[in-house]
Design a protein. Structure first.
Length: 50
């Protein structure tokens, strides 16, 4: 699982067309599985998966 923080990955954010949208995008096996706006939601997602 890969998590992108778009505050730090603006170039990739441009490619995904998500500037100004959710802050985190989660990839699994190369596929985008979630877009999250808050780190709270991110941590609960990670907890559910383990």
């Amino acid at each position: 699982m890969k998590v992108l923080d778009y505050d730090r990955n603006l170039e990739q954010a441009r490619q995904e067309n998500v500037i100004g949208l959710p802050t985190y995008i989660i990839y699994e096996n190369g596929k985008r599985i979630a877009k999250l706006r808050e780190s709270r939601a991110l941590s609960s997602l990670l907890q559910r998966r383990h």
